[in-house]
Design a protein around this ligand. Structure first.
Ligand code: UDP
Length: 237
């Protein structure tokens, strides 16, 4: 068992918000908000990057005829809706929460200002980063690695829906699939594992950022991983 983390960046993909469907599932988000709130109340500084795959993925829309950059902006706007939903449920749990957006929309979010985000964290507030990087052709996985580095998070926590780590093949279709307990970033890249995009892993590798993939669907796992319990798959240099 490792020591507990002080400051973490949690990536929540869009499929988590929708419970596998389009839009947001209040029951699911409320459950996640409760778990995150317990961790923040325990003194851990938590920042969150939200995905948007429960609304739009730019690559999918562009396969259906849209220009990729326009489609990607739609994808980024979807992440802001998830950010607002999560903020609402966290505040219901009594956690002061700020949303920072990489695309300016002053009525619903602060602009992305990394030093201000760090100040929020120091004051015990939770910060949600929405709108990805503000740039097409990126993914929220890559943004999660970048934000983790910029705010000085000790680890990037990749919460997955119903999958308890990184496998050598898809455990949903292959019953023989085996889970890795540890991997290097280079092994992750050379084995072409699909659970996170390669740009994110390469950025983490080049800057010595550790990543933990874990099952978000199992209750209490956010608390466990923050406490340093060895669950999921640990990726390091
Ligand atoms: N996106 C983008 N730039 C970014 C982050 C996201 O263009 O910096 C767009 C992209 O179209 C992506 C969509 O937003 O498909 C939703 O993000 P992502 O697919 O990473 O969400 P997740 O898979 O985590 O739900």
């Amino acid at each position: 068992m490792n020591k507990p983390y002080q400051r973490v960046l949690l990536k929540l993909s869009g499929e988590v918000f929708g419970g596998g469907k389009l839009g947001v599932d209040p029951v699911v988000i409320s459950g996640i908000a409760k778990e995150i709130a317990a961790v923040v109340s325990g003194g851990t500084q938590v920042a969150v990057v939200v995905g948007g795959g429960n609304y739009f993925r730019g690559a999918e829309l562009s396969n259906n005829g849209m220009a990729r950059d326009r489609a990607d902006y739609m994808g980024m706007l979807g992440t802001v809706m998830n950010a607002i939903a999560l903020q609402d449920f966290l505040e219901k749990e009594g956690i002061h929460t700020r949303v920072q957006s990489a695309i300016n929309m002053a009525q619903v979010a602060e602009p992305y200002i990394p030093r201000r985000a760090e100040r929020h964290l120091e004051k015990g507030r939770l910060v949600i980063f929405g709108a990805g990087s503000g740039m097409p052709y990126f993914s929220t996985d890559t943004v999660a690695a970048q934000r983790a580095l910029e705010i000085g998070a000790e680890v990037l926590l990749m919460g997955k829906q119903g999958v308890d780590g990184v496998y050598d093949s898809d455990p949903r279709t292959n019953p023989e699939a085996r889970r890795y307990e540890r991997l290097t970033h280079d092994e992750f890249l050379s084995r072409d594992l699909k659970v996170a995009d390669a740009t994110a892993i390469a950025l983490a590798r080049d800057n010595a950022l550790n990543i933990i993939f874990f099952n978000l669907s199992e209750r209490g796992n956010i608390g466990r991983v923050v406490q340093g319990e060895p669950i999921g798959t640990f990726v390091s240099r």
